[in-house]
Every structure is written in C-alpha cells, then in structure tokens.
Design a protein. Structure first.
Length: 615
C-alpha cells in the first residue's frame, strides 16, 4: 500500500465530523528499490480510474497509517460520503468518542492538525519512458489509471500543498504496467518447459525458490531471470548481510530486525490492509517452512530433514541467553497471529458498536456509571443580590468486566504443510469469535424482556412507556421517523433540563435494511414536496443478530447523552493472544481472550419502534 497526503477542509462539532480533501492526484517523484529506478507517479483522479467501494463502505481513519492495532483507529470514513469532483477526492470523517482520541479531535478543530494522507494500492499503471515524454520530464512517468484507496490517516507533515506526505511500500501483489510509447514484453508469455525448469533450478539453488513462480508468470527469459536473481541477491545482502554466520543480537540488519521483517511479511501476506516495509519485501512470498529455513541459516543452526527439520529446529530456538524472546521464531508466528486476529476482529465487529460509547476499566470491580443532571437555567441576579442554589440529581447503572476466551492449537504438521490455512483460518476463527461474542452480548440486551431491553435501576426497562421512548408500531417512513425524531429531541434530563439530542443512527435488522436505506436516500426531487427531509441526516446500521425482523431504533451519537456503552480492561482493547510452544504435543497452542463489558447507562438517547410491514 502506498500513501499520499492532503488536507482537512472543515469540521462539524456536533457530529464530530471533518470534511477532507484526500487526494489531488499531483505528480510526485518516487524511487523503486526493486527496479533501481527514479520515476514520476501521477494518480488519475477520475471516477473511471478509482475503485471506491472499500473507502466508501466505512474505511478506517488511522493515526499515521498505523494498522497493527485497534488503538491506531481514530475514526471512520462516513459511508457514502466519498466523491470525486474537479480532479480531487473528498470525504467526510467521523472521529471516535474514545478518550484518547479527544486531544486529536480538539487539535483538528483548532487547526493544529490539518493534514491527512490516503493509503492506496495501484492495480494498473500506464508507463511512459523518459525518452518518450513530451513534457520535459527527466524520469519515466507512471500514471495510475486504476487504483484503490484503502484508508485515510491523520499525519503530521506534508511535502507540498497538493499532496503533502508520501511514503511507499511494496504491496506484495504488484500492479499491471502498460508501456506507453514502446512495445512491452508479453506478460502472458510462458517460458518453454526447458526454460521453466532452468529458472526454477536457478532460483531454488540460490535460496529464492518462492520467487521462481513469479518470474515464470511474468514471462521472463532465462537471461532476464538471471538478472532479476542478481538484483534479489544484492537487495538481500544489502539489507541483511551474509547469512552464513549467526547474529545473536536480534539479527539487526540495516536498522530493522529479521524477526520484525518476517512478521511484517506474514501479516501482509494474509492482510491487504497493511503496508509492506522495504526490509520485509524479501520475505513477502515465503511460506512458513521457507521462513524457518531462512531463520536457521541466519542463526547458524544446523538441521536435517528438509523443511520439517527446519520447522523443528526453529520452533525450539531460544535467545542467546537461554530464554525465549520476541526475536525467536515462535514469537514471530505468535505475533503474526495476534496482528491478524485484530485485523479479522475489526472487520467482523457489530455495526451497533458505532452507536455505543467506549470506556476503559481499571479492574474487574463493579462500576457505577455516574449520571448527574439538574436544571441549568440561570436566574437573574439583582444588584447586591444573592445567587440561588440549583438542584442536582444523580443516578447510575452498574457495569462490570467479564473475561471471555478459547484455546486453539496449530499442529507441527500444519506448520510443515503451510497449507495457507493456519494463518488465514485461525485469525478468522479467533477474530470473528471475539467480535461475535461482543455482538451477541449487545444484541442479547435488546432482546431482553421481549424486546424492552434490560431493567434499569429505576425498575423500568430501557424501552418503557414511562420513558416515552417507544413509538407507535409502524414501518420506516417519513411519518414514523418524524415521530421518533420528536420523541428523541423532547427527552429531558433527570432535572428536567433540555438535552438537545441529535438523532444520528437508524438501526435495523436485515429485513428492514432496504426500507431504511430508502427512507434516508438522497433522491432527485421533482418538487419541494418530494424532497426527502431525512436524506444524509441518518446513518443506517444493520445488525443481523437482532431476532425481531420488524423492530427498529433511532439513536443519538455515542455519549450524547451517555446511554449504551461498552469497554475493555485498560491496555487490553479487543482480543488478546497468548501462545505456548507444545512439548507433550508438537505444535503451538493459541489462547484468545478478551475482557469486555457492555450495558445501558441510561434510556435517554434511544427510541424503539416495534415496527410493521411496509405497505
């Protein structure tokens, strides 16, 4: 994934949103280590050149393109807000309500943080050689004529007004390059059986077996393959040095450790949402057994038995001082699993989490959510008069962390076979399992008491006639939404004060999704009477775990007021991974655990409608 910077345009304090210009497509100078080539890159900013599905479906807003943990997620791209106008890309970002994001939000409002950067992947380039350029350019020109934005990040520094920060990392799955002005080699050409055998032998003999297939698929001749192999060898030696001697200091080569590079390569191989550092490119296509072989060579470890022997030796390796460290081979695998689990978990999380405020818990003791309220209307103070005391009322619901988890195992046979399953299926199982646990707990609350929700400390359920937050059963339409809007905006605090609640989310089961989307659609109106007053004012959230197909909800933004909440143990956000190398049973045990709590701190901020079938 590659990145470019742009700028923040304006912000909306109430919605915690900012409008950003995420690309201008400006031409920039780049350098390719793989090709040893300086070149100019230009992004074609036209609808026909962009794959916007990922970005327009709620892509993450990150901290400086960091994608290895949930703490790096600052917010989300508002679904449907991405657009292309006048050669520029625009989008709306909604910031998280987490405490640690608040300083960043304030800096954005104050104009201190004003730069954003888009991370993207190029699928197809149009290349014009230096000799064929007519614009006076001094380098080859690569025009990205098919590319895909992956995420948007807040960044510190920009290089110019149009695209201020640029970083490059190999995607591991290179783009198609169309040569303009010259005849390109036939990328679909297949070497003869004799040449293919010679290429495979050449790469395997020099320790680049995983690169052979790529060379064959690119239609390289034996001579071209030999030149490519020399480039690979030069890159390897420059980055990591000779591999005949052990390096017991974490194998630091060129400022980055082999352990970190291998882990980054494994993560990138199974997650296209991550960037691939330059030092990890060497390992991008290696299987786990091939990585074990490379590890043993670098450590100076002798082994027998081919890939199986390398796996056995690498899994039993300990650091130079006799204990396991983060630079041991088992730690590489466990670290990879942990990062991939977070990736899969984030994708599978319940949509309702967007309407819930996240909290942090210091321990497992029961916590009472403080709910302080009162009349805030000021009284006139006459000259030499006294100030009058107001009344403050308090209340609160209790919430407590609980631990959830499961243990799985990766056998020695699985590691040796490297059937592309272990590092795809296990993170999927653990990550989606954690997300499913959260989702089931959330959905379960809404199903309690026949859909009225949990009982609160006042003895009433969340949705109760006494609270005035249940609408007359109806399908989702202008009339029923208007009723729900009024009920939500009319809600008062404990002291009777106006809360000024803004409806933000329309939450439905899958059966109501189409109906909900139609109700908030931004359609062309033939007359003022046909204008959809709810267009672009509500975000539709769909929860497939809801049991009732008709019931729907209108909710405020999380924390406005404090209502639905969820949280984790401090420093343990999301699923946590612990691994242990087996002794009695060959392989590695993986424990996925999560300390999680969710609950309603107040009924205010939510409206429930029992629903009805649309006419």
């Amino acid at each position: 994934m590659v990145t470019r910077a742009a700028s923040i345009a304006r912000s909306d304090d109430k919605q915690r949103t900012v409008d950003v210009v995420w690309t201008t497509g400006a031409r920039v100078a780049r350098y390719s280590w793989a090709r040893d080539e300086e070149f100019d890159e230009e992004l074609v900013v036209e609808p026909s050149a962009l794959r916007l599905e990922r970005l327009n479906s709620g892509a993450p807003f990150l901290d400086t393109h960091r994608s290895y943990g949930l703490d790096s997620i600052l917010g989300v791209v508002v679904e449907g807000s991405v657009r292309i106008e006048g050669g520029k890309g625009y989008a709306t970002i909604r910031l998280s309500d987490r405490e640690e994001v608040e300083p960043i939000w304030r800096d954005m409002q104050a104009g201190i943080i004003r730069n954003v950067s888009v991370g993207y992947k190029v699928h197809k380039y149009e290349r014009t050689a230096k000799a064929d350029r007519k614009d006076g350019g001094k380098r080859a020109l690569y025009r990205a004529i098919e590319w895909e934005p992956m995420e948007i990040s807040a960044v510190a520094i920009g290089a110019d007004a149009g695209a201020q920060l640029r970083e490059e990392a190999n995607t591991g799955d290179g783009p198609v390059i169309i040569e303009k002005g010259r005849k390109m080699p036939d990328g679909t050409k297949t070497p003869s059986a004799g040449d293919e055998k010679q290429i495979r032998a050449l790469f395997t003999r020099n320790g680049f077996e995983s690169e052979a297939q790529a060379a064959i698929e690119r239609g390289m001749s034996v001579e071209e393959a030999r030149e490519h192999l020399q480039e690979l060898q030069a890159t390897r030696d420059a980055e990591f040095g000779p591999v005949s001697e052990p390096d017991l200091s974490g194998m630091q080569r060129g400022g980055a450790s082999m352990a970190e590079a291998m882990q980054a390569a494994l993560v990138h191989r199974h997650s296209q949402n991550t960037t691939l550092p330059q030092e990890a490119q060497r390992f991008a296509e290696m299987t786990v057994p091939e990585l074990a072989v490379e590890w043993c060579r670098s450590m100076g470890i002798n082994y027998r038995g081919g890939n199986a022997g390398a796996i056995d030796a690498a899994m039993q390796t300990r650091g130079a001082v006799g204990y396991q460290s983060t630079s041991d081979f088992p730690s590489i695998l466990s670290g990879t699993l942990g990062l991939l689990v977070l990736d899969k978990y984030q994708v599978a999380r319940s949509a309702v989490m967007q309407a819930s405020r996240e909290r942090t818990f210091d321990d497992f003791r029961e916590v009472t959510g403080a709910r302080i309220s009162g009349s805030v209307e000021f009284d006139k103070v006459l000259e030499s008069g006294e100030y009058k005391y107001g009344q403050v009322k308090d209340g609160g619901e209790k919430i407590k962390l609980a631990t959830y988890g499961k243990i799985l195992a990766v056998t020695r046979q699985t590691l040796i076979n490297d059937s592309a399953g272990a590092f795809e299926r296990l993170p999927q199982i653990i990550g989606t399992g954690a997300a499913e646990t959260e989702g089931n707990l959330l959905a379960g609350m809404f199903a309690e008491n026949s859909g009225a929700g949990p009982v609160l400390s006042d003895g009433n359920t969340v949705f109760h006639e006494n609270n005035g937050n249940i609408g007359a059963a109806a399908a989702i339409n202008t009339q029923s939404l208007s009723e729900a809007y009024v009920k939500l905006r009319r809600q008062r605090g404990l002291g009777g004060e106006v809360l000024a609640i803004t409806p933000t989310f329309l939450i439905v089961a899958p059966e109501k999704e189409t109906e909900a989307l139609q109700a908030v659609a931004d359609l062309y109106a033939a007359s003022s009477e046909d204008v959809n007053v709810f267009a672009r004012r509500l975000q539709v959230l769909v929860e497939p775990r809801f049991e009732d197909p008709l019931r729907w909800y209108l909710a405020a933004a999380p924390g406005r007021p404090e209502s639905l909440v969820h949280g984790y143990l401090r420093g343990q956000r999301g699923p946590q991974i612990t691994t242990r190398v087996g002794f009695e049973v060959d392989g590695m045990e993986i424990k996925g655990s999560m300390d999680f709590a969710t609950g309603f701190m107040d009924w205010r901020g939510w409206i429930m409608n029992p629903g009805a079938t649309a006419d």
